[in-house]
Design a protein around this ligand. Sequence first.
Ligand code: CIR
Length: 253
Amino acid sequence: MFSNAIVRRPCKNMVSGLTSASLGSPDHALAMRQHDAYIQALERCGLSVTIMEADESFPDSTFIEDTCLVTPNCAVMTRPGAPSRLEETREVEKVIQNFCDTIEHITAPGTIDAGDIMMTGSHFYIGLSERTDKAGARQMSSVLERHGMTASTIALEHVLHLKTGISYLENNILLAAGEFINHPALEHFDIIEVPETESYAANSLWVNDKVLVPKGFNAVMQMIEKKGYETLAVDVSEFQKLDGGLSCLSLRF
Ligand code: CIR
């Protein structure tokens, strides 16, 4: 179970954020309202939410998940794979210090975005992607092992981050889309197959036995409810325009 979340407000400069989506430019005012509702949803799941102010120097900084991996035994500041995002970690670390006594760091030349890391109990899956290279993954694995946890890697073919395509919903249940549905490394999970038409909802978010699902993806929402979870629909359309999803918008621990 999680007790805390950290979020970072979207900045006006989010319109210059990195994206491969062709969904148009995000509307900052609407993004702020959606971010308010996202915070409320986390609070409904019982989390105490720390809100960092927006930083106009970093257009993608609202996607705070990529900057840090928080585990029960330590926090690990990442080294984001996009050059424009490298320094986002600095302010996040100042906030993390209020919660974690042990903070580790990924160092150059390795790169890793924590959107590529999925926690399943004490085992972590690390996606090798355009943002996360083998050196970054290797460093992360050895940090985790030093703190009594384990890790393995999965090479990505099509998606930006590992958790763009899969989400762990606890109880051995994995939500999976596209290239992950029949992946040999994941076959021991009870897989909920996300239809191609709703692939964006593969990034849904388990928080204390409730699951946040992006608004408008009703087939996936129903599949998750069939597994016995209460779902909360959260509209993140303005973040989708920047390739971001529900998990990207917070650190949870
Ligand atoms: C980026 O390309 O870095 C941002 N526009 C989106 C990051 C999404 N983060 C995530 O999936 N964890």
